[in-house]
Design a binder for this molecule. Structure first.
Ligand SMILES: [Zn+2]
Length: 227
């Protein structure tokens, strides 16, 4: 069975494949090829987020990002080496501002480092909300003023991509996600081509809860009237 590569699926998703190929590709997916279907799903998601970010769609960026995401997901096959960032600072040790209880602080944040790269991450979630927001910025400390090549950032839970976006020339990115236990960020780096991994677990609510004073949750729920 002949498979189609990510460039072909990008063309397919953008509707620029010629009729004959299109029919063959439709038939191929319909015949049950899981890997091609996954590639097509991925490309569709990249296309969706590209359309959400800009009004005029940049096709070559979509293809480049789809390829970068594919490389991120299959680092061994793509020969991408892996850099695991370590947490060098977490906001948990910050003094709590006057008038705020420790458990009211809703934006855990931290700074990670790997080689010359720093990555600042802040997690924002309103109490009770089912969606949280991750705000981050990647910096190359050896060339802090150089514009970055925009590239994808994936938020993974196990092997699932639960959110993804593209960081801009300043290394900034933001994405909404459904909170989950052990999340990690996979960031594509172009120069050198690497996959930067950031484990978010130390910043997530459960890890924070262990550092909170005992019984704080119970006290609060006892005080709050049930509605
Ligand atoms: Zn296939």
């Amino acid at each position: 069975m002949k498979h189609f590569d990510i460039t072909e699926w990008s063309d397919f998703a953008r509707g620029v494949t010629d009729e004959g190929d299109r029919t063959a590709m439709n038939a191929h997916v319909a015949s049950g090829c899981v890997s091609c279907r996954d590639t097509l799903n991925l490309v569709n998601r990249v296309l969706e987020s590209a359309r959400a970010h800009v009004s005029s769609e940049p096709p070559e960026d979509v293809v480049r990002c789809a390829k970068a995401i594919s490389a991120l997901l299959t680092p061994r096959r793509s020969g991408l080496s892996r850099l695991v960032a370590r947490l060098v600072y977490d906001g948990l040790s910050d003094p709590v501002p006057a008038g705020l209880r420790a458990e009211d602080r809703v934006s855990p944040h931290g700074l990670y480092e790997a080689g010359p790269f720093s990555i600042a991450v802040r997690l924002e979630q309103e109490r009770g909300a089912s969606i949280a927001t991750l705000v981050g910025q990647l910096t190359n400390r050896e060339a802090p003023d150089r514009a970055m090549d925009e590239a994808p950032v994936l938020l993974m839970a196990g092997t699932d991509i639960i959110a993804h976006t593209i960081y801009n020339q300043f290394g900034e990115f933001q994405m909404d996600y459904p909170p989950s236990g052990s999340l990690r960020l996979c960031v594509a780096l172009d120069h050198p081509a690497k996959r930067l991994e950031v484990l978010l677990k130390p910043l997530t609510p459960r890890a924070r809860a262990r550092k909170m004073p005992p019984f704080s949750h119970k006290q609060r729920s006892a005080r709050e009237p049930k509605t």
